[in-house]
Design a protein around this ligand. Structure first.
Ligand code: DX5
Ligand code: ZN
Length: 219
């Protein structure tokens, strides 16, 4: 099954529960939460407090994307707040195997994120241990950026890696995903699609969600 994960980064935070209700009505599968600290990326968003609020609003799985320095210090806080999936950046974490174990031992699913310039082959020796590989399709930090095109080739490389290593991780893509290009990304083999601006900046949030969901669900 293909999974659509709207990113609340572009949502109207004056009415977060209504915004989440609208994507639920459109068929969203997960809620993606972008945590930024102003150090790993040049933008600041929110922490466990908002994730905890999201968890009270929805029963959908919560996918927490940590764009922060030293994510290992905050993993327990995010899991206590209700995170079901936690992804940490390959570029930030020195003891990646340890951090992946830490996430799993605390009861959440663990994922690794790679920036657009990080070779897919860098994660070769961790993929057997992860639930999710998040391939950034923009440079992390902001919503509403343009999809980077060699990402399609990188999805193919991730598929190959999954096959060769006999692993089962889901391939997630994040950044610049809209109704025009999502089909080609889905055909390339991605499993989980994060979309922020193309959903929350649309005139009809539920309809925009449903449109993306229909495209990825059709063969
Ligand atoms: C960017 C974030 C994304 C962002 C995607 O650093 O990781 O999740 O919300 O937003 P769009 O879909 O607008 O590119
Ligand atoms: Zn994200």
């Amino acid at each position: 099954m293909k999974i659509l994960a709207p990113s609340i980064l572009s949502a109207d935070f004056t009415n977060l529960s209504q915004q989440i209700r609208l994507v639920e009505m459109g068929g969203a599968d997960w809620i993606h939460c972008d945590v930024m600290d102003g150090h790993f990326v040049p933008n600041i968003t929110f922490g466990p407090f908002i994730v905890e609020a999201v968890n009270r609003i929805t029963n959908l799985p919560i996918d927490v994307h940590l764009m922060i320095e030293k994510p290992e210090l905050y993993i327990k806080d995010f899991i206590d707040a209700g995170a079901d999936y936690i992804t940490v950046h390959f570029e930030e974490v020195i003891h990646l195997n340890r951090v992946i174990n830490q996430i799993r031992e605390l009861g959440a699913n663990a994922g690794v994120v790679i920036n657009p310039s990080t070779p897919v082959s860098s994660v070769r020796d961790i993929v057997e241990y992860i639930d999710l590989l998040l391939i950034m399709t923009v440079n992390p930090g902001f919503g509403g950026q343009k999809f980077i095109h060699n990402s399609l080739r990188r999805i193919h490389e991730a598929l190959e890696l999954r096959e060769k290593s006999n692993s089962r991780f889901l391939i997630e893509v994040d950044g610049g995903i809209n109704n025009k290009i999502i089909k080609s990304i889905s055909d390339a083999g991605a499993d989980v699609f994060v979309a922020g601006a193309s959903i929350f900046k649309a005139e009809n949030i539920s309809a925009a969600t449903a449109e993306l969901k229909n495209i990825i669900s059709s063969k």
